[in-house]
Design a binder for this molecule. Structure first.
Ligand code: MOS
Length: 770
C-alpha cells in the first residue's frame, strides 16, 4: 500500500474511528451515473430569488434583541510587545460597553490546525489570541471595543492609548531562505521526491529550459466581508457566521470555550463568497469572548482592511521549473522545486509542486518545496492553493520548451500524456485531457495562432494566443452524514450541515436527492447551513459535492431498507432484502423484478406512520485509494498587448474541462467562469504589496488591490467532455478550483505569443512589457 493510501486510511480512521476490512479497496459504480432525471439539468439556483429579493439574511444582517457592535484595534508593528495600554478614555467614551484586551480576555487554548489527518479541524493559525503582550505579526488584534453603535465602537477604538516596543522581525523572503524548512510531506505526498536521474538527463537532453518563476502574495476579497452575529444564552452559544466550515467551527468553539458539542450552534445558510478564506480566524473567537463578558449579543464585521490584517491569503512563491526533452518532445526530466512562505503556525503548504507529479510522463523527476518562516498573518487556502501558482510555473515552462523546439505547445503536451499516474502507476479513474484539448482547440480556432511570436498585429496592438493545462486532484472527505425525512405525501426533507458560498450546493444536492429518492425536485426540501444538522465536512478542496452526495446516497439506501422492513410480509416486496430494492417514482421497487413494488404511501399507511426519518454516513472514499483522479482543463486565451502602453487586454478565453459528469450546467458554468476570472486577476492585476521594511501590507483596500472588474473580463466560453467518472458518486469530480488552474500560464503564454516577451513574474503589469 502506498504512502498516500496509508494517509487517506489514517484520516478515515481519525474521523470515523475505524475502517472495516471490506472498505479496502473496492466499490461499485454509482447506479445514478446512468440514470438521471433532475441531475444534469440547467436548474437555476434555488436560493437565487431569496438573494435577489433581499430575503436572504447574511451573518451581518441577523437581527437580535439588545445587539451591540464590535470594533477591533490592530497592531501596526510586526514583532515586539505592548509596553503601555490605557483604555480609560475608550471606556469613558459614549456608548461603550466593554473594552477587551489581553488583560481581560479569557485564557483560551489554541485551535488545532487543519491537516490531512485532522480534516475536522478549522484552525488556520496556531497563534494565541489576545493572551499576552506579545506582537507576532503586523495587524494582530490587540483590543476589541463593544458599543451601542458601530460608530461609537469605532471611535472608542481610536481612543485606546497603546505603545509598543518593536523587536526585529522576519520579513524578507530572500533572507529567510537561509533558515528554510523542508517538511517531510506536502499534504498527502512525500515532499522531496526524486525518480531517475533528473540532473544528468537535463544536462544531456536535446532541448532544455530551466527558469525561475515568481508569484506574489494574494489576498482574499470575497464580496461579503467576514462577519459574525452571535449570542450567549446561559451556557449555550449561537453564532451566525459566514463560514465554509460550519460543523468544524461549532466543534472548535465548543472546545475553546469548554462547552459540550450541543451547546454551540453555528449557522451560515448564505455566504457571499469563501474561496478558502471563510474558515475560523481571530474575529469569531474574540467576539464570542466579548459577548460572554458583556452579557450582550454581539455583531462583528471586519472592515475590508481588517480582512487583510487578520485573514491570510495566498503566499508568495519562487519556483524553479526545469524541463528536458528529446528530439521527439518526450520529456526526459521534469524538475519543479521552490520556496514559499509558510510560518510554522499556519496550515496551508501552498502545494505548488503537486500538479507536476500527476500530469506528465517523464523519464526522470524531482520535486521539493521549502518553507520560509516570516512574521506574517498566517497564510491560508485560496482557490486552488498551490495548483493555481504551480501551474503558472509548470505550464509556462512547457510553453517555453515547445517554443525552443519549434513544436506546437498542444502537441508537446499530448506527446507526454501518461497512461497511468506518472509516479505511482495507479490507473486513472477516467481521463480525457486529449479530447478536452482537441475539442477546445477546434472551438477556439487555435489553428489561426501564429507560431512565431510578435507577428500578428492590429495598429498599436500585438495579438497572441496561448494555452495551458490545469489539473486539480479529486477529493472526497470522510465523515459526511445526512438525514432524510420522508412523509406519507411523498415529500422529502434532506438535511446536513453543508455550506453554500454561492456555488449552488443546495440546488445541486436537491437535484441529486430527487433522483436518488425517485421524486420530483418540487418534492425535495434541502436544509443546510446549520451545525445542528447532521455534520458534513468543510466546503474545501473541491470535495463538497461528492462528499455530501455519498452521505445522501447512504441515507437513501438506509431509507429503502427501513421502508422494506416496514412493508413487512403482506407487501408484494415480502422476502426481498435491503439492497434488492430501490426508490423510484414514490415507490419501493424490486431491482430484479420491477413488477414487484409498493408505494411509500401504502407502506407508511399500513405501518400507521406519517413519516420516516433516517440518518447515515457516507462510505469511506475508497476510490481515492485505488485510482488516480483529477479534474482537468485545457485553457485557451487570446490577448492584445499595446505597444505604446504595455497594457494587456484579454480578448477571448475558453476553458475546456474534463471533470466527470456535470451535474448542473448552469451553476457549473458559473463556477468555471468565476475561476477563470479569478485567474485573470492572478495573471494580470492582483498583488499583495508587502512592505518588507515594516512587515505591513500596503494595499489593504479594493482601491489599491486590483481584482478584475467588468472591463477586464472578456467573453468567456466554457465546454466540457462530460464523461462521467465511473468511480465517484454521481460520476462527478470537483469543479470549484479547476477553473482558475492553468489560467495564469495560458495568459502569460498568450502574452509571449503576442510580444515575444516572456514574463515569469506575476502579475503581468504593463511596466514589465515596456
Ligand atoms: Mo478552497 S481554497 O478548498 O475553498
Amino acid at each position: 500500500m502506498s504512502r498516500t493510501q496509508n494517509i487517506v486510511i489514517e484520516s478515515v480512521k481519525t474521523v470515523l474511528g475505524w475502517v472495516p476490512e471490506r472498505w479496502l479497496p473496492g466499490g461499485t459504480p454509482d447506479p445514478l451515473i446512468m440514470r438521471r432525471g433532475a441531475v444534469g439539468r440547467q436548474v437555476s439556483r434555488l436560493d437565487g430569488p431569496l438573494k435577489v429579493g433581499g430575503q436572504a439574511r447574511f451573518a451581518a444582517e441577523v437581527a437580535m434583541e439588545g445587539l451591540c457592535y464590535a470594533s477591533l484595534l490592530h497592531s501596526p508593528v510586526t514583532r515586539g510587545r505592548i509596553t503601555r495600554l490605557d483604555t480609560s478614555a475608550a471606556e469613558g467614551a459614549p456608548g461603550v460597553i466593554l473594552v477587551m484586551t489581553h488583560r481581560n480576555m479569557p485564557r483560551l487554548g489554541t485551535l488545532p490546525l487543519i491537516s490531512v489527518t485532522n480534516l475536522g479541524a478549522v484552525g488556520a493559525s496556531a497563534l494565541p489570541i489576545m493572551q499576552d503582550t506579545e506582537i507576532r505579526y503586523n495587524g494582530q488584534v490587540v483590543a476589541l471595543v463593544l458599543a451601542e453603535t458601530q460608530e461609537q465602537a469605532d471611535h472608542a477604538t481610536s481612543l485606546i492609548g497603546i505603545d509598543y516596543e518593536a523587536a526585529a522581525a522576519k520579513t524578507h523572503f530572500e533572507a529567510a531562505k537561509a533558515s528554510a524548512r523542508t517538511p517531510a510531506s506536502i499534504l498527502i505526498e512525500k515532499n522531496h521526491t526524486v525518480v531517475g536521474n533528473p540532473g544528468s538527463e537535463l544536462a544531456q537532453a536535446a532541448f532544455q529550459v530551466d527558469n525561475l518563476y515568481r508569484t506574489p502574495g494574494n489576498n482574499h476579497n470575497a464580496i461579503e466581508l467576514h462577519a459574525v452575529t452571535l449570542a450567549w444564552e446561559g451556557d449555550t452559544l449561537t453564532v451566525h457566521d459566514s463560514s465554509q466550515m460550519i460543523a468544524g467551527s461549532a466543534q472548535a468553539l465548543a472546545k475553546l470555550f469548554g462547552l459540550k458539542k450541543d451547546q454551540v450552534r453555528v449557522l451560515s445558510p448564505f455566504v457571499g463568497g469563501g474561496f478558502g478564506g471563510k474558515g475560523m480566524w481571530d474575529h469569531q473567537i474574540v467576539a464570542v469572548a466579548a459577548a460572554r463578558i458583556a452579557g450582550r449579543p454581539v455583531r462583528l464585521v471586519l472592515s475590508r482592511d481588517g480582512v487583510y490584517r487578520i485573514v491570510g491569503g495566498r503566499t508568495p512563491t519562487e519556483q524553479r521549473v526545469a524541463l528536458a526533452a528529446d528530439s521527439d518532445g518526450k520529456l526526459a526530466a521534469l524538475i519543479h522545486t521552490g520556496h514559499s512562505v509558510m510560518p510554522p503556525y499556519s496550515a496551508c503548504p501552498e502545494q505548488y509542486t503537486l500538479t507536476g507529479r500527476a500530469l506528465y510522463r517523464a523519464k526522470s523527476y524531482e520535486f521539493v518545496q521549502h518553507h520560509l518562516d516570516l512574521d506574517i498573518v498566517p497564510n491560508t487556502y485560496m482557490r486552488a492553493p498551490g495548483e493555481a501558482v504551480g501551474t503558472f510555473a509548470l505550464e509556462s515552462a512547457m510553453d517555453e520548451l515547445a517554443h525552443a523546439m519549434g513544436m506546437d505547445p498542444i502537441e508537446l503536451r499530448l506527446r507526454n500524456e501518461p497512461e497511468t499516474h506518472p509516479l505511482s502507476g495507479t490507473p486513472f479513474s477516467q481521463r480525457a485531457l486529449v479530447q478536452a484539448y482537441r475539442d477546445g482547440a477546434a472551438r477556439f480556432g487555435w489553428e489561426r495562432r501564429q507560431a512565431t511570436p510578435g507577428t500578428q498585429r492590429d495598429g498599436e496592438w500585438r495579438i497572441g494566443m496561448g494555452c495551458a493545462t490545469g489539473s486539480f486532484p479529486y477529493a472526497r472527505m470522510p465523515g459526511a452524514s445526512a438525514s432524510i425525512r420522508l412523509t406519507r405525501e411523498g415529500k422529502a426533507i434532506v438535511s446536513c450541515s453543508a455550506q453554500d458560498m454561492g456555488m449552488g450546493t443546495s440546488t445541486v444536492q436537491a437535484q441529486h436527492a430527487a433522483d436518488r429518492l425517485g421524486l420530483p425536485m418540487e418534492a425535495i426540501t434541502f436544509e443546510m447551513g446549520d451545525s445542528a444538522l447532521p455534520s458534513t465536512p468543510m466546503a474545501g478542496g473541491s470535495s463538497q459535492t461528492v462528499s455530501i452526495a455519498a452521505a445522501i446516497a447512504a441515507a437513501a439506501d438506509k431509507l429503502a431498507g427501513e421502508l422494506l422492513r416496514l412493508a413487512g410480509n403482506s407487501s408484494p416486496l415480502a422476502g426481498l432484502r435491503a439492497g434488492e430494492v430501490r426508490l423510484a417514482g414514490q415507490t419501493l421497487v424490486s431491482i430484479q423484478d420491477p413488477s414487484r413494488s409498493e408505494s411509500f404511501q401504502s407502506i407508511l399507511t399500513r405501518a400507521s406512520r406519517e413519516e420516516i426519518t433516517v440518518t447515515a454516513a457516507g462510505s469511506a472514499p475508497l476510490e481515492m485509494l485505488k485510482f488516480a483522479m483529477h479534474s482537468l482543463s485545457a485553457n485557451f486565451c487570446e490577448v492584445r498587448v499595446s505597444e505604446v502602453t504595455g497594457e494587456v487586454r484579454v480578448t477571448r478565453m475558453l476553458g475546456s474541462f474534463d471533470c466527470g459528469a456535470i451535474l448542473n450546467p448552469k451553476t457549473a458554468t458559473s463556477q468555471f467562469k468565476g475561476g477563470m476570472i479569478m485567474g485573470i486577476g492572478l495573471a494580470l492585476t492582483e498583488e499583495t504589496l508587502f512592505d518588507a521594511r515594516s512587515g505591513r501590507i500596503m494595499n489593504a483596500t479594493l482601491a489599491d488591490y486590483h481584482i478584475p472588474s467588468h472591463l477586464d473580463v472578456p467573453e468567456i466560453e466554457v465546454m466540457w467532455t462530460g464523461i462521467p467518472d465511473p468511480r465517484s458518486p454521481l460520476g462527478a469530480r470537483g469543479i470549484g478550483e479547476i477553473g482558475i488552474t492553468g489560467v495564469a500560464a495560458a495568459i502569460a503564454n498568450a502574452v509571449f505569443n503576442a510580444t515575444g516577451k516572456r514574463i515569469r513574474d506575476l502579475p503581468i503589469t504593463l511596466d514589465k512589457l515596456l
